[in-house]
Write a protein that binds this ligand. Structure first.
Ligand code: BYC
Length: 470
């Protein structure tokens, strides 16, 4: 696939051969830049940041690392290489050639999926807008901005699909994506977790550990899609997403490590501006459970339709993990509170696609929490971070509105109310965490609440000057 890096919009989709589409996207470009100025990282515009920019999609050599001022970042449109004669590999149309145009009857459903995916990208940039001012180190500041610019690129990836395949409706949707605002009462972002405030770095690390991880699973399910341009867009987005997840996993891990080091030497973390384990646990409770909600209902006719018509597959569907590509005549079994006790609930498999994806996600979250717990054990701390049950604190789906403890045992509403202060942050916890957020701007220096990372970025050491202030 030809890569055009000199074009106004860098791309590997032959934009130059489609002048109408090119014009439409070039018309959207300044609006995107206005949106970035208005709601993207506040300040830091003149600073040189050591950033990765996508310049192609080939394995091993897809990105360039260099100093860039964020407003000059080259947001481009890149789709993974096409696979010759690709066939749809799940749902009712299994075995048919993958689509390169949108089948008319699937248009609305597909547009809804693309818009929902797209909406999360600018939302996260808006949520993280002010964090640069309290970055605990230069490398963390750089990582924040790396995540932000790439979420901006993911918006471009989805807006390309809207413009190219959805005509005037798609162009309207692309405009609306720049109009909605995270947390705005009148015009909020679509999914709930993307309207929550992200005001401190422990939240940022939990967000990138848990909420970006939802991104990984949703993108992976869309990368199975029978609509080939969506599959190829999301495949390449996953390549960039891996770094965002490591920022979160390692970020929380470094907070845990710092707290563990202090506890091991008998110092109360609070006495030195570091974060006690019980507060870390409360943040984990909050962000893991609001990320569970991002999977939609466990029993969902939307999810059944998206699977049946070949638009959204199961996690790693293409790797042959599942016996029946049609997922017919099978039952998904789970447990739900009924009259104060757990009872078995059976859901036809096709309707349980969100639940299946959520199970895979939960297992992945358990893996990262285990890793944090190994750090505690290494420092001889006899405590653990726990990942809540999928039933805990749910607003969406079969458990929405029911009350369970973090292990998933049913509780009365009164018990829940009396315990919730132990499980979720209070204003004073959040205020304490905010008070720890001191800005550090010297290379190789770190705020006292977070350990340095184990490694630097690309081929640079941790002590490298990742941001050069103007
Ligand atoms: N909040 O049938 P249901 C990422 C709505 S993150 C508010 O149960 P469905 C990223 C739902 O829209 C990945 N509303 O579930 C991370 C539906 O409304 P409509 C983003 C919610 O439709 C960090 C109704 O409830 N990508 O990339 O199968 C930084 C009934 O829904 C919520 C995607 O999500 C909620 N939590 O599943 C940057 C992939 N949950 O349509 C980026 C595309 C559900 O009846 N989206 N609702 O008005 C989808 O696949 C599906 O839309 C969902 C919902 C999985 C989100």
């Amino acid at each position: 696939m030809a890569i055009d890096l000199q074009a106004k919009i860098p791309n590997n989709v032959d934009l130059a051969t489609d002048p109408k589409l090119q014009r439409a996207l070039e018309h959207w470009q300044p609006k995107f830049q206005d949106w970035w100025r208005e709601t993207g990282p506040s300040d830091f515009r003149e600073d040189q940041i050591y950033l990765r920019t996508a310049v192609g999609v080939g394995k091993g050599g897809w990105a360039n690392f260099d100093f860039v001022k964020m407003p000059d970042y080259r947001w481009g449109i890149f789709l993974a290489e096409p696979e010759a004669d690709r066939k749809i590999h799940f749902g009712d149309p299994v075995g048919q050639p993958a689509w390169n145009v949108v089948p008319g009857e699937l248009r609305n459903r597909l547009r809804r999926l693309v818009v929902t995916q797209a909406d999360t990208e600018p939302a996260s940039v808006e949520q993280q807008r002010l964090l640069g001012h309290t970055a605990p180190s230069l490398i963390d500041l750089r990582n924040l901005f790396q995540v932000n610019v790439e979420e901006g690129r993911h918006l471009w990836a989805m807006v390309y699909l809207l413009h190219k395949y959805f005509g005037a409706d798609g162009r309207d949707e692309a405009e609306d994506l720049l109009r909605r605002r995270s947390g705005n009462a009148d015009n909020p972002r679509i999914l709930q977790a993307f309207n929550k405030p992200v005001q401190d770095w422990l939240t940022f690390f939990c967000f990138t550990a848990f909420t970006d991880r939802d991104g990984k699973y949703q993108l992976a399910a869309l990368a199975e899609s029978g609509f080939d341009p969506l599959a190829r867009s999301t495949q390449f987005m996953l390549t960039e997403e891996a770094h965002h997840l490591s920022v979160g996993e390692n970020g929380v891990g470094r907070v845990v490590q710092r707290t563990a080091e202090l506890m091991e030497q008998g110092t109360d973390p609070r006495s030195v501006g570091a974060i006690p384990l019980d507060i870390i646990q409360k943040y984990v409770n909050d962000w893991s459970t609001s990320s569970f909600d991002l999977f939609g209902g466990e029993d969902s006719s939307n999810a059944a339709e998206a699977f049946s018509c070949g638009l959204k597959g199961r996690y790693r569907e293409g790797d042959g993990l599942y016996k029946d590509p049609k997922a017919l005549d099978q039952i998904y079994t789970t447990q739900i509170e009924e009259s104060g006790k757990l009872a078995t609930l059976e859901i036809p498999l096709r309707r349980a696609m969100n639940a299946l994806l959520l199970d895979a996600y939960h297992a992945d979250c358990a893996r990262i929490v285990d890793r944090w717990n190994r750090t505690l054990a290494k420092h001889h701390i006899d405590r653990k971070i726990t990942l809540p049950s999928l039933r805990f604190n749910r607003q969406i789906g079969i458990h929405g509105g029911k009350t369970y403890d973090p292990a998933g045992n049913p509780l009365s509403r009164d018990e829940w109310e009396s315990k919730k202060g132990e499980w979720f942050t209070t204003e004073s916890d959040r205020e304490y965490v905010r008070s720890c957020m001191v800005r550090v701007t010297e290379p190789n220096k770190f705020a006292n609440w977070v350990a340095p990372p184990a490694a630097g970025i690309h081929d640079k050491p941790v002590e490298f000057e990742y941001v050069k202030f103007h």
